[in-house]
Design a protein around this ligand. Structure first.
Ligand code: THG
Length: 292
């Protein structure tokens, strides 16, 4: 699986000051650490960046490129900042992202075309976030059709079905898994990706890892091509790199409805089984889902 490191982002408490003061040191250190962790690409998430976006993205791209040759993902809703990143990048960067909203398509697809850059197509339309896998499929089809109109090849489109937090949107979680099954028919040459950590947003922080890892196994089973992930979750990286076949087999058996003797499992494996059941909507989410 192709892994995009999420850790260079404006929400980061650790990097807030460095971002504010344009202090390159901590940002270079984080980029190096993501490379060390085995990422294939680094996401540069500067948020909406309304005022100083273009200048800031240009600066950030130069700083990160100073310490690594990895390709970059330009993560902002500011169109001018995306273009500044496209201009500054040495390697073909990924535009993160273009939704199915007409004004976003009209503003960003010409840039993807001009700079010959791949982009993440976010399944979000004028009506908002889709409610199920079929609505996600419709959104994806709109994005693909629009891109074809700009002559953008299908293999440069990375569809993101928008992962939502399990604690408030539990019924939406399966929408993304089901969407992954539809991808080969929808876009045989297209790619898929998602912001994996979204699933555990708002979940007690010490429990986010088990949630993220279990969901990754589920999405991976249906062919997820890529994910934006916490570069420093070693077990998660091991799953993505096919180094946890036993854990994958356990979670697959839950997905297949196997009758599992949970009390007979190790605490760690029991946690994964309980988490898979929450993600499948079989157990109602609560912050204490592992204790019941
Ligand atoms: N799809 C696409 N791009 C995306 C997302 C997506 N980019 C942003 C986001 N979602 C993916 N990136 C993150 C980055 C950080 C976190 C979650 C997703 C995160 N951070 C912790 C927090 O906010 O509590 C820790 C912050 C810190 O370091 O202090 O959860 O879905 N295309």
């Amino acid at each position: 699986m192709f892994l995009i490191g999420e850790n260079l982002n404006v929400m980061s408490k650790k990097l807030a000051e460095a971002f504010l003061n344009r202090d390159a040191g901590p940002i270079e250190a984080m980029a190096r650490a993501e490379v060390e962790a085995g990422m294939d690409m680094i996401d540069l998430n500067i948020g909406p960046a309304r005022k100083t976006g273009p200048d800031f993205m240009g600066w950030l791209v130069s700083v990160v490129q100073g310490v690594t040759d990895l390709p970059l993902s330009l993560d902002t809703s500011n169109v001018e900042a995306i273009e500044a990143g496209l201009k500054a990048a040495k390697k073909r960067p990924l535009i993160n992202s273009i939704s199915a909203r007409p004004e976003r398509i009209e503003a960003l697809m010409p840039l993807a075309q001009k700079y010959n850059a791949p982009f993440i197509g976010l399944t979000l339309s004028a009506e908002g976030i889709p409610r199920d896998a079929n609505e996600r499929g419709l959104c994806a089809a709109e994005i693909m059709a629009a891109a074809a109109g700009y002559g953008i090849p299908e293999e440069d489109i990375w569809i993101d079905p928008i992962v939502l937090p399990v604690n408030t949107q539990q019924m939406q979680v399966q929408g993304c898994t089901e969407f992954m099954m539809m991808m080969p028919d929808l876009a045989p040459a297209g790619k898929s990706t998602c912001g994996l950590s979204n699933v555990s947003n708002g979940v007690p922080s010490h429990l986010r890892g088990v949630m993220n890892r279990t969901y990754l196994v589920m999405l991976k089973r249906y062919g997820l091509y890529s994910a934006i992930v916490d570069a420093f979750d070693e077990k998660l990286i091991a799953i993505a790199r096919d180094r946890e076949p036993e854990l994958e087999a356990l979670i697959h058996s839950v997905m297949d409805g196997a009758d599992i003797d949970v009390p007979g499992l190790s605490k760690e494996n029991a946690d994964y089984v309980k988490t898979a059941r929450v993600l499948m909507g079989q157990t109602l989410y609560s912050d204490s889902w592992l204790d019941i």
